[in-house]
Design a protein around this ligand. Sequence first.
Ligand code: NAD
Ligand code: UGA
Length: 368
Amino acid sequence: ASWEKQVRHSSTPRRLNGFSVLVTGAAGFVGSHCSLALKKRGDGVLGLDNFNDYYDPSLKRARQNLLSKHQIFIVDGDLNDAALLTKLFDVVPFTHILHLAAQAGVRYAMQNPQSYVRSNIAGFVNLLEVAKAANPQPAIVWASSSSVYGLNTENPFSERDRTDQPASLYAATKKAGEEIAHTYNHIYGLSLTGLRFFTVYGPWGRPDMAYFFFTKDILQGKSIDIYKTHDQKEVARDFTYIDDVVKGCLGSLDTAEKSTGSGGKKKAPAQLRVYNLGNTSPVPVGRLVSILEGLLGTKAKKHVITMPRNGDVPFTHANVTLAYKDFGYKPTTDLASGLRKFVKWYVNYYGIESKPSKGTQRGDESSS
Ligand code: NAD
Ligand code: UGA
């Protein structure tokens, strides 16, 4: 296979020092950012992605191009392809897996439930089966989701809070992932760390997410729907900036315990851990929209509606004490500054002439 030639001829993923990380979902939003950050600090990275068309695949290809400029190669393949995954582990003795490939999105689960089962449950089990058989066994950090808290009304959410009321099939498959991880840790001694991300946004983001399509629709003069809860309260999210999430991913990889087994045999128990990676400050969706209006220099056509029963939850709010204690996780980007960087990327990427406004002037510095 072409990837094999590439990988065998490059020293990148087979490092003698540092980590050698398989990043699944590397052409995705979080995966592309994490791959670049790992590579920048000197770790070896190999990506895997199936480039599916859940959202515009050309954006995934553009992220791939960006990664290839940094000598990061992405294998075009599916999590459910056991032979391919086994081959990858034969060629590269990965020390870690950063597993970010999944069918994301809360509302799309009503249209295509099977894709969630296929990628988030069957695909995850397939990856764990290959990891368990690998020698040495890699430590695994994987993306769970704030959606596991579902209709829980504790505020903020702590890792020990109840997660037995998922509001969407997406949330149910992410919760299932946590239970599945528990069994692979228990039986095979696999080191597994689950990260519950909270509504991540930023440059190179996902076009299916509200902040992204609100930006597009506001610029095109189309109306946007703003959800209110059934008791007419504002819906709020603990929007978390991508750079903060990347730091959390790398920090958790650094502190992930080594797996205790090898070649499918368990030696001693390794811990299964789960952490919140949020921003600790929920913002109502109406406020998100007014920040965007300011940055874009255009008023939105707002259509406020009662939240349809579509898998959404009324609010999310992370307590991140545990991630701070274990790997120093501390979010530092507020929504206004993070959105400014997103909008700057957006107008540049789509070649849009932005109206001069405070947030999008030429010469504005940006980290991404
Ligand atoms: P994304 O859709 O941009 O990235 C996921 C990538 O995985 C995509 O490029 C997709 O092509 C790939 N993929 C999907 N199914 C695959 C399969 N079966 N085989 C191979 N590749 C496959 O999403 P993202 O926002 O980068 O999310 C990354 C992870 O974080 C996901 O697990 C998601 O559920 C989770 N998460 C994201 C957020 C967020 O707000 N972005 C919040 C909570 C959790
Ligand atoms: C996001 C991601 O899409 C999921 O993949 C991820 O797992 C989840 O975060 C998470 O943190 O676990 P969500 O918070 O629903 O899910 O993100 P958006 O789809 O961008 O929605 C953001 C907010 O805007 C929500 O409160 C939603 O109710 C609201 N919204 C969405 C509207 O008001 N109008 C719309 O048309 C769409």
